[in-house]
Design a protein around this ligand. Structure first.
Ligand code: BGC
Length: 730
């Protein structure tokens, strides 16, 4: 009787199935699992022949032979299924393929850029967005997304700040968890869930000067306390893959660091999934000049802990020889293969390898998905200024000029890394504004000369000006040396402001920009990021008061490029911030260190206004002291003191007053969104325990040091309502 091999028996445990499969594989078949292949129009037959012969770990940019060159391409589900069929039916062991693709902030329904999603301070909604991204991507045969990007960024010149959650480790950790749970769910074998990938491990956002791919020098203490937390959160949420970064950190390329990949990630953090390199980051070890050739690159990356190689072929070409020469152990090969196979079993790929071609058309860009995209876009936008309550605008009885370089753009709504979003499904700002208030809105034609724009503005009662960046001004290797608005925009805004009409500036951007000049002349500023497919509708919703802004800045906004790096959680210095408490022991202040600009940012981390107002009172702690294993509750009463219902993000910041190493003056350790009717109050409580109060010390260990702590609760990082408590020795 023909019996099924054990690994094909779904009733057995995954460990048992992996063990059985491993025992049947040749070395070549194992090495093929460590390879992510790139099929291009010129090598399709070669790729198919390779898969038929050995199988393959993964195929990159699945669904397209054009490597992201077109946004309007047809879905290629059949093509994905064809590759899968070759692997499953024509290769000896029938191991299914992982199809990897950059599904960064949505698949077909595009959500705000991740930096915008972080501005919602709403992890539940962000999880919903990634759940939708997974549902759409999986329907098109993609079972692995190269997201979330978890790189902390303190330099807005760096274009990839758009792809992450900004400057704060705590906020980024909450977002990391939300993204991983959204992609992977609780059960990866659910056909609507896909594998997530935490990237780019680690310190990639610390590139000198904001120049992408550049060297980062980050002390171990900063690496662990600032850059590591989101990766730790992703691992704790069960992320199945991690991508190693391009850059070199502290003299070691990240894709060749045994300490970072094997000791820290797989050892200390107990990451059981697999590590994939970034695009060619293994072969680029040669360019880093830490190895002589590709054979050396394969040896270094693989022994450091990179399990799968993206695109380049150093593993495929050299690992066999490296095993035979004894430079790479068979145990390490088996370890890497086992990690990859385990994920494939967890995904249920052996049971359900194919995508259902009929499903995609029903769910892509469905009305339900659009609704979530519109909601999250509304929550992501940050109201930075609203002089005289200019906003919200009336829809009738006024003439509203709609103008500026971004008014008729579609791609700028979507932002970077939107391989599968469709431009024709994305409304422009002009269209959305006109739809929202047809009687009031007057459009300046898209090719209007600037003098014509001014003439048009002159006829209006209110001017809305849409400024900012194209989608291509941020993202990978799209860095800027100055964070001022693109050339000419400030002058134009100032010229319009001189007309003396009420002026609203809406900014679309992939990074914090220097708004100093705009803030001096605009009455209202709404920061909309690149808000996604439904972004224009969401802007109109907010401008006309269908909803009330509630977004908060996930990164500080400098007053000028020269202030960078600028982040709220700077370390105490010898001559800093009221360390000895001359005025109030709870005061928080940036020190003026430049002769030509104040020390503070233009807008601090966590800042964002509303159309209503909130007051905080009655801060209390449930006890004055705790033991290290206990939790303290910090409560505050929040009241909507304005005349509209609205949401506010209440934020809790902590300072460890005296520690064995210098520590940040304050750190975000909790936040809650509350939605209140006018006059309504709510008590908000934060719990602080070992997780929130401990840090990595100079000995690389996590420690909670007894002593005094300060805590503040407020609506941005300058919160001044505070108190103190003590952690006492057990
Ligand atoms: C980027 C990654 C991306 C990969 C695959 C690289 O250039 O750094 O973030 O996932 O390409 O597209």
């Amino acid at each position: 009787m023909h019996t099924l091999p054990l690994y094909k028996n779904p009733s057995l445990s995954i460990d048992r199935r992996v063990e059985d499969l491993l025992s049947r594989m040749t070395l070549e078949e194992k090495i093929a699992q460590l390879y992510q292949i790139w099929a291009r129009p010129d090598n399709i037959d070669e790729v198919k022949a390779f898969i038929r012969r050995y199988g393959v770990g993964s195929r990159i940019l699945a669904g397209s032979n054009l490597a992201g060159s077109g946004q309007e391409k047809a879905l290629e589900i059949e093509e994905i299924n064809e590759y899968q069929r070759i692997a499953v039916e024509e290769s000896r062991l029938g191991i299914p393929i992982l199809f990897g693709r950059d599904v960064i902030h949505g698949y077909r329904t595009i959500f705000p850029i991740p930096l915008g999603m972080a501005a919602t301070f709403d992890p539940e909604l962000v999880e919903q967005a990634y759940t939708i991204a997974a549902r759409e991507a999986s329907s098109a045969g993609v079972n692995w997304s190269f997201a979330p990007m978890l790189d902390i960024a303190r330099d807005p010149r760096w274009g990839r700040i758009a792809e992450g959650s900004g400057e704060d480790p705590y906020l980024a950790s909450q977002m990391a968890r939300a993204a991983v749970l959204g992609f992977q769910g609780k059960d990866l074998s659910d056909p609507e869930r896909i594998l997530a990938c935490a990237k780019h491990y680690i310190g990639y956002g610390g590139a000198e000067g904001g120049r992408d791919y550049n060297t980062a020098e980050i002390t171990d203490v900063t690496l662990r306390n600032i850059y590591l937390p989101p990766f730790k959160a992703a691992v704790e949420a069960g992320v199945g893959s991690v991508m190693s970064a391009f850059h070199d950190i502290n003299g070691e390329p990240a894709s060749g660091s045994h300490y970072l990949l094997t000791e820290l990630l797989k050892g200390e953090l107990k990451f059981t999934g697999f590590v994939i390199s970034d695009w060619a980051s293994v072969s680029e070890l040669v360019h880093h000049r830490v190895v002589e050739d590709e054979r050396g690159a394969a040896r270094l990356a693989f022994t450091a802990g990179v399990d799968m190689e993206m695109v380049t072929q150093t593993y495929v070409n050299h690992l066999k020889d490296l095993v035979e020469s004894g430079e790479v152990s068979l145990e390490r090969i088996d370890d890497a293969v086992q990690r990859i196979l385990t994920v494939k079993f967890r995904l249920g790929l052996f049971e359900h390898p194919y995508a259902d071609a009929t499903k995609a058309s029903q769910i892509l860009f469905s009305p339900g998905h659009q609704q979530v995209a519109r909601q999250i876009a509304r929550e992501s936008m940050v109201l930075l200024k609203n002089q005289g309550n200019l906003l919200p605008l009336k829809k009738t009885g006024v003439k509203i000029a709609v103008m500026g370089p971004l008014v008729n753009q579609r791609a700028a709504l979507l932002g970077s890394w939107t391989l599968d979003g469709l431009l024709h499904e994305t409304q422009t700002v002009a269209e959305a504004m006109q739809q929202a208030a047809p009687d009031a809105v007057r459009l300046a034609s898209s090719d209007a000369l600037q003098d014509e724009m001014l003439a048009e503005a002159m006829k209006a009662d209110v001017i809305t000006f849409f400024a900012g960046e194209s989608d291509g001004r941020s993202g990978e290797n799209h860095n800027v040396a100055s964070i001022d608005l693109p050339a000419g925009q400030e002058e134009l805004i100032e010229a319009i402001a001189r007309l003396g009409k009420p002026l609203v500036v809406v900014v679309l951007a992939g990074r914090p920009l220097n708004l100093s000049r705009v803030a001096r002349c605009a009455d209202a500023i709404l920061y909309a990021w690149h808000p996604g497919s439904l972004g224009a509708a969401a802007i109109a919703d907010l401008l006309f008061g269908e909803d009330v802004p509630s977004g908060k800045l996930p990164a500080s906004f400098p007053r000028t490029t020269g202030q960078i790096p600028m982040h709220y959680n700077f370390n105490s210095t010898g001559r800093s911030f009221n360390a000895v408490g001359e005025t109030s022991p709870l005061e928080y202040a940036y020190v003026d260190r430049y002769l030509d600009v104040p020390g503070s940012p233009l807008y601090p981390f966590g800042f964002g206004l509303s159309y209503t107002t909130f007051s905080l009172s009655d801060l209390s702690i449930d006890r004055p002291e705790i033991h290290p294993d206990e939790v303290i509750c910090v409560s505050v009463q929040v009241t909507n003191t304005g005349s509209r219902p609205g949401a506010e993000v209440i934020q809790c910041y902590v300072q460890d007053c005296v520690a064995s190493i210098t520590r940040p003056v304050r750190e975000l350790k909790g936040f809650t969104r509350v939605y209140l009717q006018p006059g309504e109050s709510q008590i908000v409580t934060f719990q602080l325990g070992a997780e929130e109060l401990s840090f990595y010390g100079a000995d690389r260990r996590r420690r909670l040091e007894p002593g005094m702590f300060k805590v503040w609760v407020g609506t941005d990082s300058t919160a001044s309502l505070g108190t103190t408590f003590r952690v006492i020795k057990s």
